[in-house]
Design a protein around this ligand. Structure first.
Ligand code: AMP
Length: 421
């Protein structure tokens, strides 16, 4: 049986021209991260299952319903990473003193066995940042400001940053009990079955339900911070003050809780109006994670690249505009000139001149069409006659003008016209 030429459902190939936009996003991100003194970390895509169970929390939707978890050939329970933070923490737990104040970023594929729909994939990509260190409002404000800086450098406009607090670790029981008691009084309302279960098992998760009806009901509940310590509320106020001082506009979101258990203090989500139902571009927050006998503290975020691409293309960005055309296209007229054409292309490329060519023996018309499609501003024509006289024909594709030039002059002229030269 022939293999289906399609990826698995909910997974996609990223090819030209869209991949040109991805490359631009990635190089811009690296440039911005270097301004903030971050190092890259590349962790494996596959980890021991317990790495995620431990870091994200056993009761979370991601761990319970969405992980690609299986036994490998050695009978070990492993999982494809559904997010990036757990693997980075596993790495830092084994990194000695460096772990305590590391400033890292990652970029790569994540996997969640969700029902695919627009903006929700089973393989998707995230770029994320982790700034390790104890809870300080300034660290959280720096992290949010960094993220807003990156989104702006990508050319994104029209996004909103929603900020809230999960409180201090000691507040969680009071929040859970407080929420449970107000939910108990409203159990008779039109909550979904999942939410009814969550009311007993994990009431905070009720605030994270995706159902319209539950969201509307949740909006009527008191802010979660009303059950927290004064210190937790002051911490959030300080983060908001610092952001205002930096000119970073954010909105208070008193019922935002985020879907993972490891958060404490500041949490946030960034949405974009061009995205439709799955409007979250990114999520982030401060966390405390137990890993390998260590308690790691930090603040971080992850941005969904597919959604950034959707938002940018929704704003009219053309992915192909990020693929610069080759400076020249080599057209070969006549058989037996392959070696000469190859040598000429090699010379141009070794001098830093991007040069396209079809060396597969197609006729001149087809080669000219290819030059046109590639938007090459110059065509270099090599034929028998030119070869015998030691020249090539250089054609300006915009004006149609052409002239015979010696190979040395060719390099000089093309270097002078190349945008990056
Ligand atoms: P989360 O930590 O789940 O909030 O994920 C952070 C960001 O990753 C989200 O705001 C989305 O942009 C993106 N994301 C999460 N899950 C998916 C998915 N299944 N498909 C595409 N993007 C996703």
């Amino acid at each position: 049986m022939a293999a289906e030429p399609l990826p698995l459902q909910g997974m996609s190939d990223v090819a030209a021209p869209e991949v040109c936009l991805w490359q631009h996003l990635e190089s811009t991100a690296r440039r911005v991260f270097s301004l903030y003194d971050l190092d890259e970390v590349r962790t494996p895509v596959l980890e021991r299952l317990e790495v995620f169970q431990r870091a994200l929390g056993e009761a979370t939707d991601v761990v319970q319903k969405e992980m690609y978890a299986f036994e490998d050939r050695g009978g070990r329970r492993v999982a494809l990473r559904p997010e990036g933070t757990a693997g980075v923490m596993r790495h830092l737990a084994g990194a000695g003193d460096r772990g305590a104040d590391a400033r890292l970023y990652y970029w790569g594929p994540m996997f969640r066995a969700e029902r695919p729909q627009a903006g929700r994939r089973r393989q998707f990509h995230q770029v994320g940042v982790e700034l390790l260190g104890p809870a300080r409002p300034a660290a959280d404000a720096e992290c949010i400001a960094l993220q807003v800086h990156l989104l702006r450098e990508w050319g994104l406009d029209g996004f909103s940053v929603h900020v809230n607090t999960r409180g201090e670790p000691g507040d969680q029981l009071a929040v859970s009990r407080g929420l449970q008691s107000v939910l108990e009084a409203r159990r008779g309302e039109a909550w979904c079955d999942d939410c009814r279960r969550r009311m007993d098992a994990n009431p905070l998760r009720v605030l994270d339900c995706k159902q319209e009806a539950c969201r509307a009901l949740a909006d009527q509940l008191p802010p979660v911070s009303s059950w927290m310590s004064a210190a937790a509320r002051e911490y959030l106020d300080e983060v908001l003050r610092l952001l205002e001082g930096l000119g970073v506009r954010v909105a208070a979101a008193p019922r935002l809780i985020r879907g993972l258990d490891y958060y404490q203090h500041t949490i946030w989500e960034i949405t974009h109006s061009a995205l439709g139902a799955q409007d979250a571009l990114s999520g982030g927050g401060r966390y405390g994670i137990q890993m390998g006998g260590r308690q790691l503290e930090g603040v971080g975020f992850a941005i969904g690249i597919e959604r950034v691409v959707l938002a940018l293309t929704g704003l009219g960005v053309q992915p192909e505009s990020f693929r610069p055309p080759p400076t020249a296209w080599l057209v070969t007229a006549g058989r037996g000139l392959e070696a000469d054409a190859l040598a000429l292309a090699q010379t141009l490329r070794s001098r830093g001149i991007a040069c396209g060519a079809n060396l597969s023996g197609r006729n001149i018309k087809a080669q000219m069409r290819a030059a046109d499609r590639a938007r090459a501003p110059w065509v270099v024509l090599l034929g028998e006659t030119e070869k015998s006289r030691g020249v090539v024909v250089l054609k300006n594709m915009a004006t149609g003008e052409q002239a015979e030039v010696a190979p040395d002059d060719l390099v000089v002229r093309l270097l002078a016209s190349a945008p990056s030269a």
